[in-house]
Design a binder for this molecule. Structure first.
Ligand code: ATP
Length: 274
């Protein structure tokens, strides 16, 4: 599914300007990132370091993009993993993978001469889901290792490490993860409004011949409830329709077909999982 969303095509260096809409989330995140940048002041005031930021919101809204932009903004190395990688690992393997991630963050920062590292964990709910009735799960050790690593982060450490985690099921998370000093800063990354959709469409139109007659404003108006990932698909599908018709430019009719196609695709996805 990551292929479908075009994740693999995302460049590793990405700025906040490459993210459409999400003004509030971007501002909240930049404000939080100042904790990493202004560490001298933070230390002087005896403020405890910010260790974990949780990005919450529906799939495809740009949480991964936000984490990458955060690394660029703070001049940090970017190391990432997904909670789903830890599923069905043998007992103990998940925990050592977590240790390795922190090690990788530290060694890459040293090698690239950076003072900080951002460690991104997508789908944190897979390893950090609520533990019910003391049941023992194979990935409890993975979660425990993550908490141990987080508790071991100090203001004076070099490199400074910040963990950004993403989930679309915040209510499923174990409270141990949300305690002060862990993921205690939450930022909602919601579906874009019309202005945000327009901005996202514009960003993805940058390398495409869109007819001056076509209106992205209208496309934005017709895509209520679409995520950034779906809007990227609309742009891509519209280009495919135009190319198949051997047109020189993408026209409004191609956008209409693309909107229908993306909407239908989502519907069949949902039906398939039901
Ligand atoms: P998931 O929760 O499913 O991992 P996500 O919130 O991390 O999703 P991303 O992986 O950041 O979403 O976005 C997927 C793709 O969708 C991006 O590579 C980009 O092409 C497009 N996209 C999503 N949101 C935006 C946005 N705000 N601006 C521009 N492009 C976006």
């Amino acid at each position: 599914s990551s292929e479908r969303k075009g994740k693999s095509r995302t460049p590793s260096y990405l700025t906040f300007d490459d993210i459409g809409g999400q003004d509030r989330a971007k501002n909240e995140l930049m404000e939080a990132l100042d904790f990493l940048i202004k560490h001298e002041e933070i230390r002087k005031f005896g403020i405890r370091p910010l260790k974990g930021i949780l990005l919450t919101g529906p799939p495809g809204t740009g949480k991964t993009l936000m984490a990458k932009a955060a690394a660029f903004y703070t001049n940090s190395v970017f190391v990432s993993a997904s909670g789903s990688e830890f599923v069905e690992m043998y007992v103990g393997v998940g925990a050592s993978r977590v240790r390795d991630l922190f090690k990788e963050a530290r060694s890459r920062a040293a090698k690239e001469n950076k003072e900080s590292a951002i460690l991104f964990i997508d789908e944190i709910d897979v390893i950090g889901g609520k533990r019910e009735g003391g049941q023992h799960r194979e990935y409890d050790q993975t979660l425990n290792q993550l908490l141990t690593e987080m508790d071991g982060i100090h203001t004076s450490d070099t490199p400074r490490i910040l963990i950004i985690a993403a989930t679309n099921r915040k209510e499923m998370l174990d409270s141990a993860l949300l305690r002060p000093g862990r993921f205690d800063r939450h930022i909602g990354v919601d579906l874009p409004d019309k202005k945000g959709r327009r901005h996202i469409l514009q960003l993805h139109a940058a390398n495409k011949p869109v007819s001056p007659e076509a209106s992205l404003e209208r496309v934005a108006g017709e895509t209520f409830g679409f995520s950034g990932a779906q809007l990227e698909s609309v742009m891509n599908e519209a280009a495919i329709y135009a190319m198949r018709e051997e047109r020189a430019e993408i026209g409004q009719q191609h956008f209409s077909l693309a909107i229908d196609k993306v909407m239908m695709g989502e519907k069949t996805d949902r039906e398939a999982t039901m």
